[in-house]
Design a protein around this ligand. Structure first.
Ligand SMILES: NC(=O)c1ccc[n+]([C@@H]2O[C@H](COP(=O)([O-])OP(=O)(O)OC[C@H]3O[C@@H](n4cnc5c(N)ncnc54)[C@H](OP(=O)(O)O)[C@@H]3O)[C@@H](O)[C@H]2O)c1
Length: 259
């Protein structure tokens, strides 16, 4: 029987920021499609709890969900992540999901603060792509998905460095898609608007702010991590084999809403 174009059996995915929110939902979705996942985040305890939760939800091969605590902004730890992936047998999929932010008026950032946002959201992803390239290019077809943001496309109230870093992540996606097409690596991105995670729970707990967000969102609701995971997983599937260099907004229509 032909392998299904809607399955990821026998594929291994490295997902950063995998212990919570969107990253954890991506791991769950990829496991459901038959992939094995290598999960990375900094807090070892939270990461192990997330891994154990997935193991229970998807009883199967012992190595279906493995975890390694690491900080993607650290050069040595990035190299260790890729050594670990190599030891596990290589990679078909890389999802650069780890991200962070600090919201300020532009003039109030210290240089270290805004540079750190770039380290987390952009430089770590570029370096992980470069480190993963030899593993990904071993296969006829492999895939990178970068978790960007609507803030990389238009102004939202995140503070400038976050939007700047996500815009650059989107452009990195386009550049690598073209450069690595001949290596069999598709490179795509997703751009979420407000998604219900621990990052957004504080702001969305303010009823006035929530109302403003909902009025500005054609679908009139906040997105769920699973809805981002669905788009990410589609981009990883053989069914998306001719899609590269794209950025799919997962935003309830936010970016299409002019007035
Ligand atoms: N939620 C939204 O509304 C929204 C909208 C647009 C885009 N996004 C993007 O979606 C991605 C995930 O966001 P989220 O809302 O799911 O966040 P979250 O719930 O706070 O989860 C973030 C994950 O990333 C990990 N992480 C953070 N910094 C890391 C680092 N330096 N090294 C390794 N892991 C790191 C965290 O674990 P540790 O802290 O233990 O490391 C956690 O697993 C981010 O790139 C974010 O910019 C989110």
């Amino acid at each position: 029987m032909q392998p299904s174009r809607w399955r990821l059996d026998n594929q291994r995915a490295l997902v950063t920021g995998a212990s919570a929110g969107i990253g954890l939902a991506i791991c769950r979705e990829l496991l459901g499609l038959g992939a094995r996942v290598l999960m990375v985040a900094r807090d070892a305890e939270a990461l192990e709890a997330a891994r154990a939760e997935l193991e229970e939800a998807f009883p199967g091969p012992e190595d279906a969900a493995l975890a390694m605590p690491a900080d993607v902004t650290d050069e040595e730890q990035r190299a260790e992540i890729l050594d670990w992936a190599t030891d596990q047998g290589g990679l078909h999929i890389l999802v650069n999901n780890a991200g962070g932010n600090l919201t300020r008026p532009a003039v109030d950032y210290g240089e270290d603060q805004w540079r750190q946002i770039f380290e987390t959201n952009l430089f770590s992803a570029f370096e992980l792509c470069r480190l993963a390239h030899p593993l990904l290019s071993k296969h006829a077809a492999s895939s990178i998905v970068n978790v960007g943001s609507v803030s990389g496309i238009t102004h939202v109230r995140t503070g400038a460095p976050y939007g700047m870093s996500k815009a650059a992540l989107h452009q990195m996606t386009r550049n690598l898609a073209v450069e690595w097409a001949e290596d069999g690596i598709r490179v795509n991105a997703v751009a979420p608007w407000y998604i219900r995670t621990r990052r957004t729970s504080g702001k969305l707990a303010n009823p006035d702010y929530l109302d403003e967000v909902l009025l500005r969102t054609p679908m009139g609701r906040i997105g769920e991590p699973e809805e981002v995971a669905g788009a990410v997983s589609f981009l990883c599937l053989p069914a998306a084999s001719y899609v590269t260099g794209e950025c799919i907004a997962v935003d309830g229509g936010f970016l299409r809403y002019g007035f």
